[in-house]
Design a protein around this ligand. Structure first.
Ligand code: ADP
Length: 471
């Protein structure tokens, strides 16, 4: 996936704007409401506390007579000053005995809507001429023994509450902008630290796709991007190797096809223009036949390799007797073995059956290639040993000859496509160098192993494993 600078930038901007909008709406609705209700609650608690102090110390349990009023009037006034509020003292008949704002008051609370006296607190209260500007009122009942004898009404102007709320809200607003500013810096940093390495990687990856011998991508960071750069470098290296391999593969095929075709064409032309006289034509026709055989062999090997590549994961597993399979394969190669008077010696793990779980057709092909090689590279009148051995849940299959062996320097290369050791060229003119590669692909597809032990001039021993049938 390719991230263009705009796309990531747009995504981050959109996310930021969304967060901004959500936070803005939240702070300006929920936040404001919360702050206001907190301030109202706090103020009403404070008023109640101040009222309770006045009540418990001075008023409760006393009878309100004009004489007694004077005794605690000054205390109420001090209380109102301390709590910075207005206090009304109301008797049971609703007469306002004390109003800290108006010492000459002579009014009755029941002339107004007095329902607020039954509530915990009331916001925005106004009572005609008595309370003209909205206030927060906290009425405290005064009880004489168990009987209600009046009310102490604590009043604080709403204006002050709004001011305090606005003060807290300004702090919240400030914090909101600081938070959004920090978030914006974070987003910008994310943008810079992501977009630049991504752009660099994209540029380099594009360069790779055009020319694979480009220098490797170097990232100076130690993060996921440098990991990605390393992976891209590995892919680049593998692709370069693959390019090389592909060139070599095509060069090899062309070479292997061209040489038999050149000789077929040459002999056919020579026969047509009379360079080869009719009486000698049989010999050259046999050579043409030999060369066409070689081409046939090469094409079927290439086809086998192609199917192994494509179907390596689609093996048709079945349970079969590997020892019987080995015998059948040797039967099919008996004619070529007999030509060199080569004997097969069977060194089997059991006298009866030995079951494996594998794709029988593919394993027959492996055995055919290995035994065919063993015959090709063995001297006349020699023996080829075919063995099986059970170890744990694996069956080891062995094909051993006493032929020319494989030079140490060729040991690794023999599994490559088209590889033929110099030693073998004289012995095997038909070989395509694909047989062992096919064997390896098949055994790898079975998730098993194939190995060779060989000494030049002494012989070779090919061993591969298969999964033993568990039943
Ligand atoms: P080919 O089809 O040409 O035999 P292979 O892939 O089967 O190709 O073998 C590749 C090369 O490995 C051969 O050319 C030969 O040099 C070497 N090789 C394979 N099997 C043997 C063997 N049993 N003894 C000696 N050399 C072998």
């Amino acid at each position: 996936m390719k991230f263009s600078r705009n796309t990531l930038g747009q995504k981050l901007t959109l996310l930021y704007l969304l967060l901004f909008a959500v936070c803005f709406v939240f702070t300006h609705t929920q936040g404001t409401n919360y702050i206001r209700s907190k301030v109202v609650k706090e103020t009403s608690d404070m008023l109640r506390e101040a009222g309770t102090v006045i009540l418990t110390r001075h008023i409760e349990q006393q009878a309100y007579t004009p004489e007694t009023i004077r005794n605690f009037q000054s205390h109420i006034e001090v209380g109102a000053e301390t709590a910075d509020c207005r206090i009304l003292l109301v008797n049971i008949d609703g007469d306002i005995l004390i109003d800290t704002k108006n010492s000459k008051v002579s009014d009755n609370i029941y002339r107004y809507d007095s329902s607020f006296l039954r509530r915990d607190y009331v916001e925005n209260l106004t009572l005609g001429k008595l309370i003209e500007r909205p206030v927060l009122s906290v009425p405290l009942p005064i009880t004489n023994c168990v009987f209600l004898s009046g009310h102490l009404v604590m009043l604080s102007p709403m204006e002050r509450i709004e001011k305090r709320s606005a003060y807290y809200f300004n702090i919240l607003d400030g914090l909101f902008y600081v938070f959004m500013g920090t978030l914006m810096i974070v987003f910008i940093v994310i943008y810079i630290t992501n977009v630049f390495p991504l752009k660099k990687l994209t540029r380099k990856a594009e360069a790779f796709s055009i020319r694979r011998d480009n220098p490797p991508i170097i990232m100076h960071s130690n993060d996921e991007y440098s990991d990605l750069a390393k992976t891209l470098n590995i892919i680049g290296e593998e692709m370069s190797k693959f390019d090389e391999y592909q060139k070599m593969f095509i060069a090899n095929i062309s070479h292997d096809f061209r040489s038999p075709l050149t000789s077929i064409r040459g002999y056919a032309e020579a026969m047509l223009d009379g360079t080869i006289p009719v009486e000698k034509q049989e010999k050259y026709l046999n050579t043409i036949l030999f060369e066409t055989d070689r081409l046939n062999h090469l094409t079927s090997n290439l086809l086998a390799l192609n199917t192994a590549d494509q179907n390596s994961i689609f093996l048709e597993y079945s349970v079969f007797d590997i020892q019987e399979c080995i015998r059948k394969t040797t039967d099919s190669l008996e004619v070529s073995a007999a030509k060199k008077n080569i004997q097969f010696y069977f060194k089997f793990a059991t006298d009866t059956e030995l079951y494996v779980n594998a794709d029988i057709n593919r394993i027959q092909q492996v055995l055919h290639n290995l035994i065919d090689n063993a015959i090709k590279f063995s001297e006349n009148n020699s023996t080829i040993t075919l063995g099986t051995k059970k170890m744990g849940d694996k069956i080891f299959i062995l094909v051993k000859d006493t032929g020319i062996g494989i030079p140490r320097r060729d040991m690794k290369k023999i599994w490559e496509r088209f590889y033929k050791s110099d030693l073998s060229r004289g012995k095997d003119k038909k070989g395509t160098g694909l047989g062992l590669c096919i064997c390896k692909e098949i055994i790898d597809a079975h998730a098993q192993t194939i190995n060779v032990v060989s000494t030049e001039g002494v012989g070779s021993e090919f061993i591969f494993t298969l999964e033993a049938d568990k039943r």
